[in-house]
Design a binder for this molecule. Structure first.
Ligand SMILES: Nc1ncnc2c1ncn2[C@@H]1O[C@H](COP(=O)(O)OP(=O)(O)OP(=O)(O)O)[C@@H](O)[C@H]1O
Length: 601
């Protein structure tokens, strides 16, 4: 249990510890006032059953005289009213504590999901290669809520109820030790026994809840991402079937944990009812009759009203925390392991771009993907002259995209260095290098926003430079289409995944996006493969027109794309096999390039 509490503490932002102490203080005051509410019924009932006690009991007689009461009846009314006020204050404080716990927990939920989201965004690119995006979104949006509602909230409730139950048991011990011990031991052992029997099972279903939630999210994300292929292959039932099992397990585990949390309540209510009858009979039997017994019965009745729900809440909180330990572990695993995290650029702060003025050099670069034994790039050395256009070609799997990812500063080389002029590319200047780059990937990601927002991706509407947007769109051969064919021109909203756009139009949005910042270095990773011949020619012409003023790196399947390049690099199985101009390479008998050109490689 203490281990679980330590894990829940680790979920909190240390700056919020102070608030936890304030909450604990409020809980202590509440427990004290609620216990006083229980105790306050005793003098009232004592005077009610035996008014003569005012003369014999030292406390009552002193109060009677100090407050200058004239009749015992008035004193009785006063005692009743005082008990009522103390009791109501306790209840009001309890409501306040609940409000504070709920509010604090929900704000922590927001804070935790924001922290996790920021942590994910800080991760190196290689992290995203090995993780399912549906799983990450689920952790940020749903599992943080589960960890807080099922971990932090019950932990707070546990603290408040342990304080309350402890204070009331202490009061009962002060009034009648034997009976108090019987009540505490009976309640404690019933709940303790159920918990000991159920805890391993709770752990198991808690772990499977996290696992089944992951599975159902993955299946749902796949089903929607691949809706077209799934429809054509008629695999809808297979996906429904794959969804059915984990979501049923998930629902069952949630239900079972709630059922178990509430189960003892019914047994305890029966035991409590019988117990109160036994207490009444025990107290009436030879303990001084109704006058002595009535205040005790009253106090026990009121204490029971507080203590039974308190024990029940302690049990349900402990069970809930046990069930959700796996959810807390799941979040902590990602919050904790931040190796290789990068600093996020400060908002609004302009980075000084690291622009190559003479060359980009790769020196003996080797790279393995973490999940693979085979090197994707091996001892690669080459020099790209600044403000030239170069092409990378090679058979599928040769390492072209990997090389681009290394050059983009997204993947760190295992061995070797990349230099921008004479500056080695390091963690400290990668952001500056990236500020000098425009990148057009193979698959263009589109946001569900306007065309202009997509071109200036990620910028708030107010900060979009519409002149730069139009310039980029013109260069990408997109402007005419936008103004002539889209209803709101640049303001037209593109549906999710750009379903309203053709593959070529999507690709041109990607190209315009890369050109928006007017970068000094532009990467095209198979970026024109979705364009028809005429559009590709127009776009390539525009790109080649930029050469001489910008450094352009093209990865291409279609060799015609790289024909005008100043230098073409041929990669084969992660190594640089050949390099040179088109004419030199094509004329080289038996070269890889010749084989590629004739479609043999
Ligand atoms: N995320 C990854 N994890 C493990 N191995 C990978 C990963 N991505 C690529 N590889 C491997 O690295 C090698 C180079 O892949 P890369 O995508 O760079 O080739 P490519 O030349 O761009 O291929 P294509 O022309 O088909 O896009 C391949 O053997 C590939 O299987």
């Amino acid at each position: 249990m203490f281990k679980t509490l330590a894990k829940i503490k680790a979920l909190l932002d240390p700056r919020d510890y102070k608030k936890v102490f304030i909450l604990l203080f409020v809980m202590i005051v509440t427990a004290f006032v609620q216990t006083a509410g229980v105790a306050s019924i005793m003098p009232f009932l004592a005077v009610l059953s035996n008014p003569g006690i005012i003369d014999t009991n030292i406390w009552l007689s002193q109060a009677y005289e100090a407050l200058e009461f004239e009749s015992k009846d008035r004193f009785l009314y006063f005692l009743g009213a005082a008990a009522f006020v103390v009791f109501i204050s306790g209840t009001a404080l309890q409501a306040l504590t609940q409000w504070a716990i709920t509010r604090y927990s929900h704000l922590q939920q927001y804070e935790l999901s924001r922290r996790l989201m920021a942590d994910y965004l800080r991760r190196p690119y290689s992290f995203f290669l090995n993780r399912n995006s549906g799983d990450l979104a689920k952790n940020v949006l749903q599992e943080t809520a589960q960890a807080i509602n099922g971990g932090l909230m019950p932990a707070m409730r546990l603290a408040s109820q342990v304080l309350l139950a402890g204070a009331i048991v202490a009061l009962l011990i002060a009034i009648y030790p034997f009976l108090a011990m019987v009540v505490a031991i009976t309640l404690g052992s019933v709940y303790g026994l159920i918990y000991v029997l159920a805890r391993t099972w709770l752990n198991k279903i808690g772990q499977d809840r996290v696992q089944s939630n992951r599975e159902r999210f993955t299946v749902a994300a796949e089903a929607f991402a691949g809706s077209k292929e799934i429809r054509l292959l008629g695999r809808e039932f297979d996906y429904l079937e794959r969804y059915r099992n984990p979501s049923k397990r998930f629902a069952k585990h949630q239900a079972n944990s709630i059922l178990l949390q509430n189960l003892p309540q019914y047994a305890i209510e029966a035991i409590a009812f019988g117990g109160i009858l036994l207490v009444v009979l025990y107290l009436m039997d030879g303990h001084g009759g109704i006058e002595t017994a009535l205040p005790l019965i009253g106090a026990y009745g009121l204490a029971g009203r507080q203590i039974i729900p308190a024990f029940q809440k302690i049990f349900s909180s402990v069970a809930q925390m046990r069930f959700n330990t796996a959810a807390v572990d799941n979040i902590l695993a990602d919050l904790g392991s931040q190796s290789g995290s990068i600093a996020l650029p400060q908002r609004g702060k302009q980075l000084m771009p690291l622009i190559p003025s003479s060359r980009i050099t790769l020196n003996d670069i080797t790279y393995h993907y973490p999940s693979s034994e085979e090197a994707a790039l091996r001892k690669l050395s080459l020099t790209i002259q600044a403000n030239t256009t170069v092409g990378f070609v090679g058979p599928s799997g040769a390492g072209k995209s990997t090389l681009v990812d290394l050059l983009l500063g997204l993947l760190p080389a295992d061995k070797g260095e990349i230099y921008i002029d004479d500056q080695p590319l390091m963690e400290t200047n990668t952001r500056n290098w990236q500020a000098a780059i425009g990148y057009v990937p193979q698959h263009i990601f589109l946001a569900d926003q306007s065309v202009a927002s997509n071109i200036a991706l990620g910028l708030p509407e107010s900060q979009i430079d519409h002149v730069a947007v139009e310039r980029a769109a013109r260069l990408a051969n997109l402007h005419e289409f936008l103004v002539n064919e889209l209803p709101q021109g640049y303001g037209t909203i593109i549906g999710e995944r750009g379903v309203r756009l053709s593959g070529g139009q999507r690709q041109r949005i990607g190209i315009a996006r890369a050109l928006y910042r007017d970068p000094a270095v532009i990467f095209f990773d198979e970026a024109t493969s979705a364009l028809d011949n005429a559009t590709e020619r127009a776009v390539m012409e525009a790109i080649h027109n930029l050469s001489g003023t910008k450094t352009i790196l093209l990865v291409a399947h279609r060799l015609s794309t790289v024909k005008p390049c100043d230098c073409i690099y041929v990669l084969v199985r992660g190594e640089l096999a050949e390099q040179g101009r088109w004419d030199e390479l094509i004329s080289h008998e038996g070269s890889h390039f010749q084989k590629l050109a004739s479609g043999l490689d």
